[in-house]
Design a protein around this ligand. Structure first.
Ligand code: SAH
Length: 361
């Protein structure tokens, strides 16, 4: 049994069943045994690979996107380039390299990284130490000093805890992790229905059949970012796997060694993620008076930013093996049966910015 499972069992024995959100938060972020706190999970030898780890083209295109947005902001003399959950720092390193094409932008940048893992922070220091741009680290987005900002988040929101509710005969019940037979961790539901839960649901889901599962994330995180952008100007770009219309269905999954794993087995050793509800993110932006663009599929967005031309240019100076690798990375990022369709891209911006690059054609 993992040390974290022992601890979770102890907490449940004292406090009673643990809501899914608390379970997810504990598994990923427990200060001693949390999944992200104890390891670098990325790459072929880890548990999963992300778009910036697939190809430098991804971060370079986002760097060019940020440069264009900075211009639309009126080329401010100082801009915070914020990344949420920067992993190994690869995306930011590639973006900063691409930003060399617009020296005034590069000179304006202060990088702010929001990261809860000390292991990954150390990797980011290695990757970005010699970038020539000031870099500051924060455990929480609220620690970043206020100012105009461009905020990038790739595969970050899927790691934020979700809540789950299950439709019963007499209302919706919170889904929890309890101690089942033989004291094993097991999914269960709180027998007391949640008061007036229907009112919070999008109308189309109120008649969901018994047994349906609805997932949601606290809006606190996205609203924190939205309010900053509203007060000080800027835009955020969110890229993740998820759906464009709010729906019922369970998406909580464990990920280990590039495959699916049981989310209740070996807590702290397995990545836990859930799909991102882009409709909810967009609604939070619109309700705050911001301009919302997308969601577009990742494939479409990257093509509009010119990934195919970028691949052709890289191949011009490449060996045949390198050219084949560039082609396979291009397919991995954009093909519908790979990351091209499941992954979505959404931007929330100060309405004064107008149409954002990639969303305008
Ligand atoms: N964006 C990177 C890494 C994705 S993995 C890439 O595309 O390669 C998720 C990242 O988010 C990791 O860096 C993880 O440590 C960080 N993270 C997850 N939950 C977090 C939280 N609540 N606060 C801060 N960082 C978090």
């Amino acid at each position: 049994m993992t040390p974290l499972e022992q601890e979770i069992r102890r907490i449940i024995a004292f406090d009673g069943p643990m809501p899914i959100s608390e379970y997810m938060r504990t598994c990923l972020g427990h200060p001693k045994y949390g999944y992200y706190v104890t390891r670098d999970p990325l790459g072929p030898l880890g548990d999963f690979t992300t778009a910036p780890e697939v190809s430098q083209m991804f971060g370079e295109l986002l760097g060019a996107w940020a440069a264009a947005v900075w211009r639309q902001m009126g080329s401010p003399a100082r801009v915070d380039l914020v990344e949420l959950g920067p992993g190994r720092g690869t995306l930011m390193a590639d973006a900063l390299r691409a930003a060399r094409a617009l020296p005034a932008f590069r000179a304006a940048i202060a990088v702010h990284l929001v990261e809860m893992s000390d292991v990954l922070m150390a990797k980011q220091r290695e990757t970005l130490g010699a970038s020539g741009v000031p870099v500051a680290w924060h455990h929480d987005v609220r620690e970043i000093p206020a100012g105009p900002a461009i905020v990038l988040a790739n595969e970050f929101f899927d790691a934020l805890p979700i809540h789950q509710a299950v439709r019963g005969e007499r209302g919706w019940h919170e889904r929890v992790v309890a101690l089942g037979k033989d004291e094993q961790l097991a999914f269960a539901v709180n027998p007391v229905p949640m008061l007036d839960f229907e009112k919070m649901l999008p109308e189309a889901l109120r008649e969901a059949p018994a047994g349906a599962i609805y997932e949601w994330r606290s809006a606190a995180y996205s609203l924190e970012i939205i309010h900053r952008l509203k007060s000080h100007g800027g835009a955020t770009l969110v890229i993740d796997y998820g759906y464009g219309e709010t729906q019922v269905g369970e998406t909580l999954q464990g990920v280990r060694r590039h495959g699916y794993a049981d989310p209740l087995t070996d807590p702290g050793e397995v990545d836990l993620t859930a799909h991102v509800d882009f409709a909810a993110l967009g609604d939070a932006g619109r309700a705050s008076g911001m301009a919302v663009s997308g969601p577009l599929t990742q494939g479409e967005f990257l093509r509009r930013l010119g990934i195919e031309q970028r691949a052709t240019r890289l191949k011009a100076n490449a060996t045949p093996q390198q050219a084949a690798d560039i082609d396979s990375a291009l397919a991995r990022l954009t093909a519908p049966d790979q990351m091209g369709e499941l992954f979505k891209v959404l931007a929330i911006a100060d309405p004064k910015l107008g149409m954002l690059p990639g969303f305008d054609s």
